[in-house]
Design a protein around this ligand. Structure first.
Ligand code: S3P
Length: 435
């Protein structure tokens, strides 16, 4: 976690310059887990440095995988001997705030013939787990936990899995990925069908590393097998980029370039939303890594108008809705974020927390069970709170960057979950922060 509990931003100054963002969080979690399942030495550079990815790193170390830091380029070297060499953890695996750690580890551990217990912080232990534990139980894993394995702490005694056809009720990359990791350790074929496309890093990376995983539309086909060891330079996190993208859109005079960002189409749909709102954004692909397109994003400030985000677009932009809601607050007209019930079960209830924070800025907000409606206009400075949610903290900071005068964000330390260096990067682009 970042040490600072309160961030005071003197907003209004334009953002200018170039930035390389920390490594993508989703790709970093997966790179660590896939390296742990491979037989050989893998090397990962620009690994995400937040607390969440640290949890996955500690978890695989508890399972007996050797990891050491390689000082240059935020690198790690991982020595593993395949899933059969993983051993029973001596103590509870602590996942902190990280849903990705807990859900993906459940899939890995469901295939291992030993006992493990996973727990998290208050937020994570309130988040729904039946969506993962039920299909894993169907495949043969013994999983127990609070309220019939609906909530962590969860215990797993894995092994002896059978492939199955699994139809998911929610579009969730964490659930899908857990089932893929179980499917790699199961007898026969596992087929996972999603109601809409969620992010597909697991499928792309595992296929690039030679594991028997194939995706077609919203179905993933998995057979028994494992990834090979690999070398990967993790591209920049597009969800972290989104905070600076929106800040540059809404702060007059801004012109920034974000370099070497992961441009997976399912992760940059928020750029389509902003472009629809009138944003001035250019995306230039420069290459590909582990099946993932990579490139630069240039943003210049412009006037925005309201939009509607709904249906299949929502799973692809759900992490960005807090900051898109900030863009909506500065846009002309009403914006609607619909079909977004999943936002209620993220690190915070993001429909409720964004309603509170935008209201603090004098913005008109209406909420429904699965919707957030924002009346754009002229927000004013105020005192904001993170609610312990890293993305709410950074969305609040983005509003503060655009508002002339001082805005305070309380509970700022939550930013350490995904982006401990946010303030340094903001300052490097010309943002003004009180010491
Ligand atoms: C993630 C998937 C998303 C996202 C989360 C990270 C992942 O959740 O919100 O921040 O790395 O798989 P879903 O499981 O709801 O898709």
């Amino acid at each position: 976690m970042s040490g600072r509990h309160e961030l005071v931003i003197a907003g209004g100054a334009p953002l200018r310059g170039r930035l390389r963002l920390p490594g993508d969080k989703s790709i970093s979690h997966r790179a660590l887990l896939f390296a742990a399942m491979a037989d050989g030495q893998s090397r990962i550079t620009h690994l995400a440095d937040g607390d969440d990815v640290g949890r996955t790193r500690h978890a695989i170390a508890r399972l007996g995988v050797r990891i050491r830091d390689v000082p240059d380029a935020a690198g790690v070297a991982i020595n593993a001997r395949g899933v059969d060499a993983l051993h029973e953890p001596h103590t509870v695996v602590e996942c902190g705030n990280s849903g990705t750690s807990m859900r993906l580890l459940l899939g890995l551990l469901a295939g291992r013939p030993f006992f493990s217990v996973l727990t998290g912080d208050d937020s994570l232990n309130r988040r729904p787990m039946a969506r993962v534990t039920e299909p894993l139980r169907r495949m043969g894993a013994q999983i127990d936990g609070r309220d019939g394995a609906q909530f962590a702490p969860l215990s797993v005694r894995g092994g002896g899995l059978q492939g199955a056809r699994l139809e998911l009720h929610v579009a969730s990359a964490q659930v899908k990925s857990a089932l893929v990791l179980a499917g790699l350790q199961a007898e026969g074929v596992t087929e996972i069908v999603e109601p809409a496309a969620s992010r597909d890093h697991t499928e792309r990376m595992l296929a690039a590393f030679g594991a028997p995983v194939q995706a077609a539309g919203t179905t993933v086909h998995v057979e028994r097998g494992a990834p090979s060891s690999f070398e990967l330079d993790v591209p920049g996190d597009p969800s972290s980029a989104a905070f600076f993208v929106v800040a540059a859109c809404i702060t007059p005079g801004s012109d920034i370039v974000l370099e070497e960002v992961a441009l997976n189409p399912n992760r940059i749909r928020y750029i389509d939303v902003l472009t629809r709102m009138g944003a001035d954004i250019d995306v230039t692909a420069t290459g590909e890594r582990a099946g993932e397109p990579v490139g630069d994003i240039r943003v210049r400030s412009s006037e925005l108008t309201g939009t509607v985000v709904a249906g299949d677009e929502v799973p692809a932009v759900q992490d960005e809705i807090p900051v898109l809601a900030v863009a909506a607050a500065f846009a002309d007209g009403i914006s609607e974020f619909r079909d977004a019930a999943e936002l209620r079960v993220k690190e915070s209830d993001r429909i409720a927390t964004m309603e509170q924070e935008l209201t603090q800025l004098g913005v008109g907000v209406e909420t429904q069970r699965d919707a957030l409606l924002v009346r754009g206009g002229h927000p004013r400075t105020g005192l904001l709170k993170s609610h312990g949610d890293h993305r709410v903290a950074m969305a609040a900071a983005v509003a503060a960057v655009a508002l002339a005068g001082e805005t305070t964000v309380r509970g700022w330390q939550a930013v350490g979950i995904s982006y401990p260096g946010f303030v340094d990067d903001l300052v490097a682009l010309g943002g003004e922060v009180a010491q």
